[in-house]
Design a protein around this ligand. Structure first.
Ligand SMILES: [Zn+2]
Length: 90
């Protein structure tokens, strides 16, 4: 939104909001964002749909496998808990 000189508020037509998710990093669990949501956003353990279009969706967690650190691997909150314990430095 932007405020016009005459005081009216103009709503800009924007694309979908950026997709935010959590990812464990050296600094701990970090809120990350992608401008374009990834496809096939489902929890890899329980298949919960994590797409941003789902109303009240659960936060998504990207916890790549140590063998494929560049490849996104998605978890819902519940399934992320045990994974995070393994992924986070102590
Ligand atoms: Zn899950």
């Amino acid at each position: 939104m932007s405020l016009e000189p005459d005081g009216t508020i103009r709503t800009l037509t924007l694309g979908p909001p950026p997709f935010c998710y959590f990812q464990p990093t050296r600094d701990g669990l970090t809120l990350m964002r992608k401008d374009v949501p990834p496809k096939n956003l489902v929890c890899c353990e329980c298949s919960t749909d994590l797409s941003p279009t789902v109303p009240d969706r659960e936060p998504a967690y990207n916890i790549p496998s140590p063998q494929k650190p560049k490849q996104d691997r998605w978890y819902c909150h519940d399934c992320s808990v045990s994974r995070l314990e393994a992924a986070m430095p102590r």
